[in-house]
Design a protein around this ligand. Sequence first.
Ligand SMILES: Cc1cc2nc3c(=O)[nH]c(=O)nc-3n(C[C@H](O)[C@H](O)[C@H](O)COP(=O)(O)O)c2cc1C
Length: 173
Amino acid sequence: MEFNDVIQKRHSVRKFKPDPVPMDVVKRVVNAARLAPSWANMQGVRYIIVASKEQVEKVANSIGPKWAKTAPMFVAAISDEKWSGKRGDLAYFMLDVGIAFEHLVLAATNEGLGTCWLGAFNEEKLKPVLDIQKKNRIVAMTPLGYPAEEPKASPRKELSEIAFLDRYGTAFE
Ligand SMILES: Cc1cc2nc3c(=O)[nH]c(=O)nc-3n(C[C@H](O)[C@H](O)[C@H](O)COP(=O)(O)O)c2cc1C
């Protein structure tokens, strides 16, 4: 897919077909995350590809929303403050996950797959399901599967509201 089409076509998908995603496709998608930039190239994000029926069911039950039960699989992004850098008190591991996971999400879109970034889930309930240590963080989750709906584009602010030329407040048109 052409890059701009990938950007335009990515929307959060919350209803999936039961069809499994071939593992070679999943590998391409996760590999896109592997290639993401990170603080000092520390590559401090780990991915759990949740594919077995038993684990998919457990994860869907742990994360909450009913629609999650339609997902044929999930990917979780794990990180830790110590796995990345800091600028003063600003911990960059969240940003490293954000960049890598968006690589994954866009690569999934390119494969005709649907995703939905998930941040609101019960991390403490999910950690034992995925064998994640208490001190590490499950930063993001996404279902991964073929969409069973054509999601609507969510509204966005106009460029003129969010981008400025040279100084904050100067119109960028
Ligand atoms: C960091 C992050 C966390 C999110 N957490 C959730 C979530 O817990 N549940 C959910 O349904 N959507 C979640 N979303 C999806 C957003 O609601 C969605 O991206 C936004 O409304 C824009 O819609 P779009 O993705 O279709 O463009 C999250 C998105 C991001 C980037």
